[in-house]
Design a binder for this molecule. Structure first.
Ligand code: 4AD
Ligand code: MG
Length: 466
């Protein structure tokens, strides 16, 4: 294959390549003819938002039969000299001397027209929406955030743990699990009360993981500071703009760490990720400000600069009740916050990121540490404007007797969590952790309203195409 320059590299080293002959490869975004016998080709190779403008003279002897075949979506290799561009839109352009067509694209049926398409339509053509400006920008930002997450933890001495995808536990206890089975659909009807799972692949019921936390705890209680970062699966039937059935979550877990330190880590992670977006995703961020959410950078800047507000759950409930807003779901102590309550807190009452701590024991999972009041647990949720909850975490219950009480209260079978209990019998220590949803973080920094736009192939109720 001929070695070409990536367009992002070309723009980055503009001064060095000026006057030199280079070749580039990519897909045609548009082509137009000028009356002066010039064909303008906008070429994009996905390496950056910007297209490279290519100038092809129609009177070039080799181009007469090539240019008429070139249309939107066509893939090309173009070689020629880089020159300063007289146009305002770009600083440099390429004067085509050689054009090779890799693949034609039928203009009569190519679904991506120059006009703006709705996100709903683009989702139906996920195999081509990756070629749009929005998905290109989302993909580059998502990539950079994923790398920055690893950087953040690696630079601070955390070890990356690969926790299992197939598991026998339901960490969150919400019953929103996908079953993993090799049993034939009708085999569950056989056996009349006997354990049908005996014949299943693992000999017991297994699921796709909803969280790697419990396994991360095992390693935190041996290696001190660990994180897991992978896909998680929840069958909650919520067709909302911030839920996916398959999403990616980073979950740090820290031994010798209380809720306060946990909160600090969560806040510092979010701020570190915002800094990376500001310093390294400038063009894509400018695009999102221009076409998706005009107040995006201002809002992100505020989260970055301001210390995060920390508020006990009970206090948040009081403020919401006093706010005078009429909510679809009236709020009272003991109920979980809905999106409308989270938005009220972050967008109107505090105008920024808010951390809520000390939630009612009844609405949180069994593993959270019970506070002295015995009514609340050492939970923390970090909420941001437009998205709501972006981080959920807690200090974990490290006291054996209290953990056993919690499990009994919540109906968690002890025999299946023997290993979790033993971690409290042998060298238990205070420890904490949290989960940051990658897609919600990408939503936060791109301004995209629907979570389906920030993952290449969204899985939601009724949708598992591609
Ligand atoms: O609050 P959650 O359920 O917490 C846990 O799973 C803990 N085990 C994490 C831990 O302490 N290690 O989920 C954590 C985050 C949420 O704040 C949200 O950002 C994201 O995961 N999340 C989802 N993102 C997309 N679609 C869904 N259905 C999500 N459910 C949770
Ligand atoms: Mg949560």
């Amino acid at each position: 294959m001929e070695k070409s320059l990536r367009i992002a590299e070309l723009f980055r080293h503009e001064k060095d390549v000026l006057g030199k002959t280079v070749s580039v490869q990519g897909w045609v975004r548009t082509r137009r003819e000028s009356k002066a016998g010039i064909s303008f080709i906008e070429l994009n190779d996905g390496s950056c938002l910007r297209n490279l403008q290519v100038i092809a003279r129609t009177d070039h002897p080799d181009f007469a039969h090539i240019l008429p075949q070139i249309s939107n979506g066509c893939s090309l290799l173009i070689a020629g000299a880089i020159t300063a561009s007289p146009g305002k839109e770009q600083s440099v352009e390429l004067q085509a001397e050689r054009i090779k067509i890799y693949g034609l694209s039928d203009p009569a049926t190519y679904p991506l027209q120059k006009k703006r398409h709705s996100f709903e339509f683009l989702r139906q053509i996920s195999h081509l929406r990756s070629r749009t400006n929005t998905m290109g920008a989302v993909t580059r930002v998502r990539n950079r955030l994923s790398y920055a997450i690893h950087q953040y933890f690696q630079e601070r001495g955390f070890f990356y743990i690969h926790t299992p995808i197939i598991t026998a536990s339901d960490c969150e206890g919400a019953g929103e699990v996908f079953r993993v089975t090799t049993l034939k659909p009708d085999s569950r009807l056989q056996g009349d009360g006997e354990n049908v799972y005996r014949n299943d692949f693992f000999g017991k019921p297994t699921y796709l993981t909803v969280s790697g936390q419990l396994q991360a705890e095992i390693y935190a209680l041996a290696l001190g500071q660990v994180y897991t970062f992978g896909p998680t699966f929840r069958s909650e039937n919520s067709n909302t703009s911030r839920h996916l059935a398959e999403f990616w979550m980073v979950e740090p877990e820290m031994a010798f760490c209380d809720l306060e330190d946990n909160l600090k880590t969560g806040e510092s992670l979010i701020k570190a990720l915002l800094e990376v977006v500001f310093s390294e995703c400038g063009d894509d961020l400018a695009f999102f400000n221009r076409f998706i959410e005009p107040s995006l950078s201002d809002g992100l800047e505020r989260i970055l600069k301001e210390p995060m507000e920390v508020l006990p759950y009970s206090e948040a409930i009081r403020l919401l009740q006093k706010s005078g807003e009429s909510f679809e779901f009236p709020i009272q102590w003991g109920s979980d916050l809905q999106a409308e309550h989270e938005r009220c807190l972050t967008e109107r009452l505090f105008k920024g990121a808010v951390a809520l701590i000390d939630y009612p024991r009844d609405i949180k999972p069994f593993y959270m540490r019970v506070n002295d009041d015995e009514k609340t647990v050492a939970a923390m949720d970090i909420l941001v404007p437009r998205i709501g909850e972006i981080i959920g975490g807690s200090q974990r219950e490290e006291r054996l007797d209290v953990l056993l009480d919690q499990m009994r209260l919540k109906g968690i079978p002890e025999e299946e969590y023997r290993w979790y209990i033993e971690l409290r019998q042998y060298g238990s220590v205070p420890h904490s952790g949290f989960g940051l949803g990658l897609e919600r973080m990408v939503q936060c920094v791109t301004g995209l309203g629907n979570i389906r736009e920030v993952i290449p192939f969204p899985r939601t109720p009724g949708h598992a195409e591609f």
